[in-house]
Design a protein around this ligand. Structure first.
Ligand SMILES: Cc1cc2nc3c(=O)[nH]c(=O)nc-3n(C[C@H](O)[C@H](O)[C@H](O)COP(=O)(O)OP(=O)(O)OC[C@H]3O[C@@H](n4cnc5c(N)ncnc54)[C@H](O)[C@@H]3O)c2cc1C
Ligand code: SF4
Length: 310
């Protein structure tokens, strides 16, 4: 059964139902019997898709496709635009939405298997921890060991990002993501809480941005490790910057210590390497994810070299 509300006020998500934006994640889980068949489709809700700008904010409707976000924000929010335009495939970006990307479920192969139970599907164990976790976390902070799936969540951590819900209430992005310690959750929204929009402050003047993912094949794959960075320069020196990592923990991580290393630098090779090494500090790899420690350093170096050249 599918409901098609036309306004936010008309959205009602009964127990056992799920909302659908682009449907690219949900349909796959329905096929593997890993989601509920009762759907509340948001695509007809007035104002759900589209970008509005005012002097003090950018309002991105939750139903705005990733392709539109990548195109329309390239000039003002380049780090977000490049990260969004680099994920998945052109087809997925044309259909999938920014709200659906933030709330998609983990890509863990045990979770996605119809016959396997784990913390995230109502069970009481993590078969990946005792089994195969080659693509797992390298900062081990939860009983769940699969990284958060959202590239856009990682990028939004670098901005002053507010999530607007359908009832008009707002939450900061880090509150919506949580600290990653709850093995049962991909995000902290309760059942029935629907993302209506994402709001950003305007980008910095002359902002530069960069993104890089280390990946096991060219496209149509989740990254092993990914990094995004944005910066504002005074003369040749970094005046302000933000750096975040994905693919390494059950939530994307903002790298405050590395940002301190970079601030005031000219993004010379030595400060780039020092910042990259700081990002890998404190890593607690699993038996199969030790390779990611070195990959963090390499991924951040590549990202920051791209930022310098941007
Ligand atoms: C080959 C491939 C590679 C990919 N690589 C990447 C990658 O590198 N990085 C990345 O980030 N993603 C990647 N993806 C995932 C893709 O980006 C997601 O499928 C897409 O973003 C989901 O958006 P959607 O609008 O289709 O979500 P939907 O399928 O509609 O929904 C996804 C989930 O979010 C919930 N939801 C949807 N809308 C809302 C809302 N407004 N409020 C609250 N909850 C909501 C749904 O109930 C569902 O649980 C990849 C996908 C494929 C197939
Ligand atoms: S890593 Fe997380 S999603 Fe995967 S089996 Fe363990 S608890 Fe489930």
């Amino acid at each position: 059964m599918i409901d098609f509300p036309e306004t936010y006020a008309a959205i009602d998500v009964p127990e056992g139902a799920v909302v659908r934006s682009g449907g690219t994640d949900l349909q796959e889980r329905l096929r593997s019997h890993n989601a509920q068949p009762r759907i509340v489709d948001l695509t007809g809700v007035q104002g759900f898709a589209g970008i509005d700008r005012s002097p003090d904010r950018v309002h991105i409707g939750g139903g705005t496709t990733m392709a539109v976000v990548a195109r329309e924000l390239a000039a003002t929010h380049p780090a977000l635009a490049i990260a969004t335009g680099s994920l998945a495939t052109p087809q997925i970006r044309a259909q999938g939405t920014i709200a659906g990307n933030l709330t998609q479920h983990t890509r863990c192969w045990y979770y996605r298997h119809p016959d396997t139970d784990c913390f995230k599907s109502g069970g009481d164990s993590c078969p990946a921890r005792t089994g195969r976790h080659l693509y797992g976390v390298v900062f081990d902070r939860s009983e769940c060991v699969h990284p958060h799936p959202s590239t856009i969540a990682m990028a939004l951590l670098c901005y002053d990002t507010t999530i607007v819900l359908a009832d008009g209430s707002t939450r900061p992005i880090d509150e919506v993501l949580g600290d990653g310690t709850d093995p049962t959750r991909d995000h902290q929204l309760a059942h029935g809480e629907v993302i209506a929009a994402i709001e950003l402050t305007p980008g910095w003047a002359d902002e530069r941005g960069a993104y890089f993912r280390s990946i096991s094949r060219f496209e149509a794959e989740w990254p092993l490790v990914e990094a995004v960075a944005r910066a504002r320069f005074d003369d040749d020196r970094v005046a302000e910057c933000a750096l975040a990592l994905g693919g390494v923990a059950t939530v994307p991580l903002r790298m405050a210590a590395a940002e301190q290393v970079l601030t005031g630098s000219t993004l010379d090779d030595a400060s780039i390497r020092a910042a990259a090494e700081v990002c890998a500090e404190g890593a607690t790899p699993l038996p199969e994810t030790g390779y990611k420690v070195e990959l963090i350093v390499a991924t951040v170096i590549e990202t920051l070299e791209r930022l310098r050249a941007a």
